[in-house]
Design a protein. Structure first.
Length: 156
């Protein structure tokens, strides 16, 4: 069975995040971030794996829409981990640039979403001596799926 539209979008977010590099800035090829999915807990990621991003899909807020569509608001939490506060700031900046560069999450053949925005960000209080510092970027993505085929985008 094909993946739901929600799964397709989250997978595309993970794929695009895997291309983030932080040492030389956005779209550089110096140092790639590692992508981790639940059940990996951020506190279980060693400093050797940093920079890293943990992707958590927090859920959907589905609403019926006109003409056989269901509008979904996906809430995605991107937990960024790095070994220094400066590297964390660079990683979080690159995550936000990537989100703003992909407002419709095109998979190469179609736009999967209607719009995307960063709803918030924060750096977590962490002892730098612990070796890993972290922060979160909260993202909302709006998409419209067909009520009869949850794997397809519904144009309205």
């Amino acid at each position: 069975m094909a993946n739901s539209l929600t799964e397709q979008i989250v997978n595309l977010v993970e794929t695009k995040l895997a291309g983030i590099t932080v040492a030389g800035g956005y779209a550089s090829t110096v140092l790639a971030a590692n992508i981790h999915q639940p059940p990996t807990a951020p506190q279980d990621i060693p400093a050797a794996d940093c920079p890293a991003i943990v992707v958590r899909h927090l859920g959907n807020d589905p609403r019926w829409h006109l003409r056989g569509a269901e509008e979904l608001t996906l809430e995605v939490l991107l937990i960024c981990l790095a070994t220094t506060p400066a590297l964390l700031a660079a990683l979080m900046a690159d995550v936000k640039k990537l989100v703003y560069a992909n407002p419709m999450w095109n998979n190469g053949t179609a736009n999967l979403a209607r719009r995307t925005w960063v709803t918030g960000e924060r750096q977590h209080e962490t002892e730098v001596s612990e070796g890993v510092v972290s922060g979160s970027v909260f993202v909302s993505i709006v998409a419209r799926a067909s009520r009869t085929d949850p794997t397809s985008v519904k144009a309205v």
